[in-house]
Design a protein around this ligand. Structure first.
Ligand code: AMP
Length: 175
């Protein structure tokens, strides 16, 4: 079963990048092309019935399955990147990290007004990153159609922060 295979393939790295964090390393998944395709098929099946115009992936691990999923669905892909990486005119949104502040950006012309945007990332932790991404989407006049993540750290209770943007939150593995 896909979920069992994912559980056994994702590698836990204790105390990375700092003490107390158990980092969920998805790089072993990327070495298994059949597993990658099965993940994309599972996302596509769970997204069936949700209207989506664009898939937006969050730097950097959100690009991996975000682009595959967009391609599978026949939809455009938009990268949401860390500050200073996108070359054209951008809009930016800041958010708090445990220590300090982070800023993400999207190209100002990335979405059309009214576009229904699926926001994708590899992992949902506190939700700070995707809340900022959702605000970016809404500031362009587009709307959040839903969220997809390979992994959710449910013990951090981030899903409740996302529901004001969309009730459609797809997570393949929940810890
Ligand atoms: P957050 O904004 O707290 O939801 O953090 C989500 C972002 O941080 C995602 O882009 C994840 O890739 C990364 N991240 C946070 N915690 C972990 C973790 N335990 N293992 C792997 N990536 C993580």
């Amino acid at each position: 079963m896909l979920i069992d295979k994912l559980r056994s393939t994702i590698r836990d790295i204790p105390d990375f990048p700092q003490p107390g964090i158990v980092f969920k390393d998805i790089t072993p998944i990327l070495k298994d092309p059949e597993l990658c395709n099965a993940i994309v098929e599972e996302f596509a099946s769970q997204l069936d019935g949700i209207a989506i115009d664009v898939v937006a992936g969050i730097e950097s691990r959100g690009f991996l399955f975000g682009l595959m999923l967009a391609s599978r669905l026949g939809l455009p892909f938009v990268p949401i990147r860390k500050q200073g990486k996108l070359p054209y005119q951008t809009i930016a949104e800041g958010y708090k990290l445990e220590y300090g502040q982070a800023i993400i950006e999207v190209h100002a012309d990335a979405f059309e007004k009214g576009d229904k945007v699926l926001i994708h990332d590899d992992l949902l932790a506190t939700g700070g990153t995707v809340v900022a991404a959702s605000k970016l989407v809404e500031r362009t006049g587009a709307q959040v159609a839903g969220f997809s993540f390979l992994i959710s750290l449910d013990f951090l209770h981030a899903k409740s922060r996302l529901r004001r943007f969309s009730e459609d939150i797809i997570t393949l593995i929940n810890y």
